[in-house]
Design a binder for this molecule. Sequence first.
Ligand code: SF4
Ligand code: SF4
Length: 439
Amino acid sequence: MPNSKIFCNIPWYELNINMDGSFDLCGCQNDKILGTPLGEVWNIKKMTIDEYWHGARMREARLRKLGNEPDKMCRMCQAKDEIGYESSRKKEIMKSAIFLESFERSYEQSPNYEQFKYSEDNQGETKTFPHSLHLNMGFVCNFACRMCNPWASSRLQTEFKQLGWEDRKKKYTHWSDDETGWKNFTNYLDKNGDKLKVIHIIGGEVGFIPKFDYVLDYFIERDLSHDVNFSFTINASIDYTKYFEKLAKYKRVEIGISIESIDEMGDYIRQGGNIKEILKNIEKLKSSKTENMSFAIRTVPSVLSLPSYHKLVEWSWNMGIPIDNSLLVNPLWQQAYLLPDSMMEQIRNNMQRLLEKIPKQQSTEFFNQKDANKINLTIRNECESIINLTMKKRPDHADELLEICAEKLDQWDKLKKINLKDYSKELFELLSKYGYQGA
Ligand code: SF4
Ligand code: SF4
């Protein structure tokens, strides 16, 4: 019997392709092999998807999920499990009808039990195939968000070089522009497109990525879209309703909307955006939505967003859009845990006050955090998870990391000629103590 705190069925059903073509298990993994020597080896530019799926790295990944050692690359799910928030792992194992509340019984009764057992008895080999692809289709982006990285944003590629955080000569190349990488991908689609049930696309900003359109059209042109769940993440800076006619042809569509704060900090964190315009765009999306479409607000709670997070949660509740948070684990100097106890207490009180306003709603074993019909429940969960987060012990090296935070933001803001005090007085006061000045 696998360990209920570790088991995850992703390595039997999902595959993630990073910007450089390297493979990982899923989009939620932290510390991906993207941009590393390992990423050069396990890469769609070097091997087919089938070769990778049956190769040593995937076999190991399956055995690890059946063992007792947590995968360091799955820290985000572990962190969410610890604070009682619905982790991707919890959601994913439900697709195999496995529930944490009754793990042993449901694992043994799972329709996929024989597949897990087969891998256990055959050194991690599998007879399954990925039916869910999580694809990075390009890194062109009009934003330079603080917690993002140059692999995901062309703007950050420029800024990191200006800041001296990246070698000026560094070249970023995308796997989809590589002849072999693209051939391996399209061959896989041509051979297995009818078996794919879930496609999730990230960028960059998908609105600027032509390969997003390619995949969107692919399943429609082959009359497969009615059987596919299509999802993607946007920064809500442009008009996406132009895609709605095509999206209506899919079985289900989920649009993740990334925002971190609805006040000025929204613009500070997500550089390049205008939060007022973004909120208007979200209203337009919501009012033009098709029957098969749902939305989720995608957040990455961090040292910068947590003080104003209650306002965003309340806004989401009023909009009836669930929140799906991915607790920030990288960069370490932006982790939410770094905030001092006094600020955490204030955040807790704000969340508590909001929680008291939201009616209780019955939960079930099959509950999905992104279900808009259970908005009270999902928003209550969000509040409770943040309250739990504020009660975590502050790490011993928090001051050291806050010094790095102050130094990095100071340098970055001087380049941009902005000052944190114009966005958040309390964060400015905090980081000034660690050396932040800004422009
Ligand atoms: S444990 Fe979480 S991060 Fe790891 S593979 Fe499963 S869903 Fe992905
Ligand atoms: S919008 Fe997305 S891809 Fe672009 S910088 Fe922000 S987080 Fe990165």
